[in-house]
Design a binder for this molecule. Sequence first.
Ligand code: ARG
Length: 430
Amino acid sequence: MQLWNKGFEPDKLIEKFTIGNDQELDLRLAKYDVQGSMAHIRMLESIGLISQEELDKLLPALKEIEDTIEKGEFTIEDGVEDVHSQIEFLLTKKLGYIGKKIHSGRSRNDQVLLDLKLFFRDEIKKTAEACERLFVTLQKLSEEHKDKLMPGYTHLQIAMPSSFGLWFGAYAEALTDDLQMLLAAYKIANQNPLGSAAGYGSSFPLNREMTTELLHFQNPHYNVVAAQMSRGKTEKALAAAIAAIASTLGHMAMDVCMWMCGNFGFVSFPDELTTGSSIMPHKKNPDVFEIMRGKCNRLQSVQNEIALLTANLPLGYNRDLQLLKDIIFPATSELVGCLEIADFMLQQIKVKSDILEDKLYDYIFTVEDVNRLANQGMPFRDAYKKVGLEVQNKTYKPTREVHHTHLGSIGNLANEQIATKMKGIISQFN
Ligand code: ARG
C-alpha cells in the first residue's frame, strides 16, 4: 500500500526495485521521523491547520511509536514503501481521519531531508566523540613516551631523530584538522529543511522559524530550492570529513604495521591482540591494523561515489537521491568502529626504548652535529661539509646528543596548546 495509491497496485517487481534497501535503512531514521512529525504538527496547530484537540491525540500516538522504536520493536511492514509511510499508516490506523491530516504542508522530500539532517547531526557528534577519545589516548601516549627516541624518515631513508612523543602527538594534532572538516559538515547539516515540501514550498502559511526552534537547528535552510539541493551536498561534506579522518587513521595504521614488522620491531601488542598464521607457527600478525588500513582506504572512496551518484542531476528531487543512504549510512558506522578499535589497541601498545642506540642509526645524528658546530661559530655550510666528509670517509662518530627546544619539536611537544585547540573545536558541535 502506498501513500500515493490512486486505485491501482504497482507491479511487484517495480515496487521491490524502487524500494531497494529502504525498509532496512529507514529504520535508522525512524526516531527522527517521529521527532520531525511532532514539530510539524505543533506548527500546523499554531497556524490553525489542525485543532488543539487533534494535536492532543496525535502527540501521544507519536510518543507511543517513539517508544516502540526505542525498544527496537518498530518495523516497516511488507509492502510499505518507507518509514514515512509506515508512521503515517500507524497513525491513521489508530486515529482515523486525524492521522490523515499530518501531511499538510509537507512532502516526503522534505521529510526524508529532515530525518537525514537530524540523523547526520547525531552521527557527526558520535564521530566527533570517538575522535576526541582517540585524541586523548594519543596525547596521553605522547606524554608518556616523550623521551623515547625513534628514527624519523624522509624518502623512507633514515633521516633525523624523532620520538614516540612526536609520533603519537602528530596523529592527535592531525585529528584536530580533520575535526574542522567534520565541524563544517555539522554546520551544513544543522539547518532546517522542513517547509521546503516537495522542493518548492507550500501555499500554507508554514511557520518555519517555529520548527527550526523546536528541532534545535541553527537556522532554517531558507530558500526552499537550496534546502532541497542540500540533499547530496550535506552527504558530500560529511563524506569529505569521513575521508579526512580515514586518511589520518589509515596512515597511522600503516605506520603501526610497518613498525610491528620484525625488521623494525619498534612497537608490539599483547599476544591476544595479534593474529596467527595457519602454516607458520611463529607469526604474530597485525591484522587489526591491516583491516583498519583497508577500511580507511575504502572510506576515502565514499566521496567519489557520492559525487558520481549526484553528478548532473536535474534541479529538484530525483529518486536517485535515495541511494545516498546506501553509501553514507554504513560509512559513518564503519569509521566510528575504526576509531574505537584504534583507541582500544593503542591503549595496549608497547613501545621499544633505546632504538637509536643501534649503530644502524648512527647517521641520524649528523644534523645534530652540524648544528652543534654551527652553534660554536662555524658557518653552517662549512659545518655541513665537515660532517659530510666524515660520513664519506667513514670516520663519522655521532655525539648522540639531541637538543630540540623549539615549539612543536621533540623537546617541546606543545601538547597542551594542541589540547586547547581541540577543545575549541569540540565545543562548537553543540
Ligand atoms: N525513499 C525516498 C528517498 O529516500 C523518500 C522520498 C520519496 N519521494 C518521492 N517523491 N518519491 O528519497
